[in-house]
Design a protein around this ligand. Structure first.
Ligand SMILES: [Zn+2]
Length: 180
């Protein structure tokens, strides 16, 4: 496998729409210009996508994922601007998703607040939304975190709360008087 040489990512993930000023994406049928959709209505604010973060996750997915054990990569943007990356550790007993490994990796680097997170699949699967468990964990760890979701040229950042309507907030149900 060749080392990543720093060139813009190819493949389906970024599709040239944001990297290097290339032509708009072609070849993906049905990908028309951006009409506001119901996704836009759900999220009233327009959230710019942290493309550098997506690229970081994509790079890790392409260069570090291996076999069945490591199939997903995640990247998180710390509040102080740093980026943290991780891969999942699959195991049939419930090995953690990349997002969860990332939380521990971030803590090991002194990062306890994440502003944005994204996961990218191996084999050029592009951005993959978090599973239900990860949505809940992200909400409880980082209530204001934004999650990058969506396909190819339509990726967008949404608050984790948008991914969990009628959320159960663990901290709200604890007996101690510690204010959140
Ligand atoms: Zn998950």
């Amino acid at each position: 496998m060749a080392e990543w040489d720093g060139s813009p990512l190819s493949g389906s993930l970024l599709s040239g729409s944001e990297v290097g000023g290339g032509p708009r994406m072609t070849g993906h049928h049905g990908a028309g210009p951006c009409h506001p959709t119901k996704a836009e209505k759900m999220t009233t604010r327009a959230h710019p996508v942290d493309h550098e973060l997506v690229q970081a996750a994509a790079q890790v997915a392409r260069t570090r994922c291996r076999g069945d054990n490591h199939t997903m990569a995640a990247a998180g943007r710390a509040r102080d601007g740093r980026m943290v990356t991780a891969v999942n550790a699959y195991h049939f007993t419930g090995g953690p998703c990349a997002e969860l490994v990332l939380i521990g990796t971030a803590a090991a680097q002194g990062v306890y607040e994440l502003d944005t997170i994204v996961a990218v699949g191996d084999r050029d699967r592009g951005v993959v939304p978090p599973c239900g468990r990860c949505r809940q964990v992200l909400l409880d760890y980082f209530p204001a975190v934004e999650v990058i979701v969506g396909e190819a040229d339509r990726i967008r950042a949404v608050p984790v709360t948008d991914l969990l309507p009628e959320s159960y907030v663990w901290a709200d149900h604890q007996l101690d008087e510690e204010a959140g």
